[in-house]
Design a protein around this ligand. Sequence first.
Ligand SMILES: C[S@@+](CC[C@H](N)C(=O)[O-])C[C@H]1O[C@@H](n2cnc3c(N)ncnc32)[C@H](O)[C@@H]1O
Length: 153
Amino acid sequence: MSKILDVCCGSKMFWFDKENPHVTFMDIRECEDTLCDGRKLSIHPDIIGDFRDIPFDDNSFDLFVFDPPHLIRAGENSWLVKKYGRLDETWTKDLAKGFDECMRVLKPNGTLIFKWNEEQIKLKDVLSCFYQKPLFGNKRSKTHWLVFIKEVI
Ligand SMILES: C[S@@+](CC[C@H](N)C(=O)[O-])C[C@H]1O[C@@H](n2cnc3c(N)ncnc32)[C@H](O)[C@@H]1O
């Protein structure tokens, strides 16, 4: 069985199987809400946790999915913040810590998939927070899916 950790699962929108048994779903919050257009928002992770301090042992997952909030400016009660969360002023440090934590918990040679939307913060500014470059990913669109590996030297 593969061990996969989705550290910012939110409402699991991008999962085809939201109950996939290989996956542990984590988020910093649990909530049930209604968005302004009447759509339901359900966030029910398997575990409540902070990507800056992931509550798992070193080298324990094969695959990581890291899709942190991408907005820094948005109203507290806006549907965007309800759905995607919001970064703090300390976002550069927070994302750097998140990346370090994902790499700590990932098994050697494991894979990290990082998702980023450039609505407010450029991808190059986010990548400058990480100590490693992605292997590859889509470079042209506004939403990026990037692949990293945990290199063992
Ligand atoms: C962009 S959304 C993820 C959307 C998700 N991938 C989906 O498919 O629905 C970002 C999520 O990160 C969560 N989050 C924010 N800060 C966090 C933290 N420090 N640790 C873990 N999750 C966090 C938010 O609650 C939010 O649900």
